[in-house]
Design a protein around this ligand. Structure first.
Ligand code: FES
Length: 153
């Protein structure tokens, strides 16, 4: 991880809400451009950064979230919460929905936002969710035990 990204990630951990990781490396096909592609995550990260200033929600650009064929891609993450990976986002169409989803995620106890409260782009674009590290604990014999939702702080 480059030193600048590490500093941003460290700073993000100190934010009380959550972190929106935005892939800025995804390439979207654009026949109208000489390069044949653009990188829409750059504009999304910038727009989200401006919207989230002072909100307690950090925006951290990253170089790949391994969902390269579904730009733009973001990850919503916070200590002790499920992490959500969401693709197929467009800064021009979904900025308000991403802001709303991040606020709901930050307000949730464990990162799970009820389905009905998720904006359409969140519902359609979810690629994966990953449990918080504290969701499982070792039994000390090579097996893990699931911790119930109410045990996750
Ligand atoms: S380049 Fe964006 S997810 Fe891989």
């Amino acid at each position: 991880m480059p030193a600048g990204d590490l500093a941003l990630a460290t700073e993000a951990r100190q934010q009380p809400g959550c972190t929106i990781h935005v892939c800025t490396a995804c390439r979207r096909q654009r026949e109208d451009l000489p390069e044949g592609y653009d990188q829409p995550g750059l504009a999304l990260a910038e727009a989200l950064g401006a919207r989230m200033t002072g909100s307690g929600i950090a925006v951290v650009p990253v170089e790949c979230l391994a969902v390269c064929k579904r730009p733009c891609t973001i990850a919503l993450a916070a200590d002790g919460k499920w992490t959500y990976l969401i693709g197929d986002l467009d800064a021009g169409l979904h900025l308000d929905e991403i802001v709303g989803a991040a606020e709901s995620f930050a307000a949730s106890a464990n990162g799970i936002v009820p389905w009905k409260e998720r904006p359409a782009s969140f519902r359609k674009g979810v690629v994966a969710r990953v449990p918080p590290l504290r969701a499982f604990r070792s039994t000390g014999i090579g097996r893990t035990t699931r911790i119930r939702a109410h045990e996750i702080l």
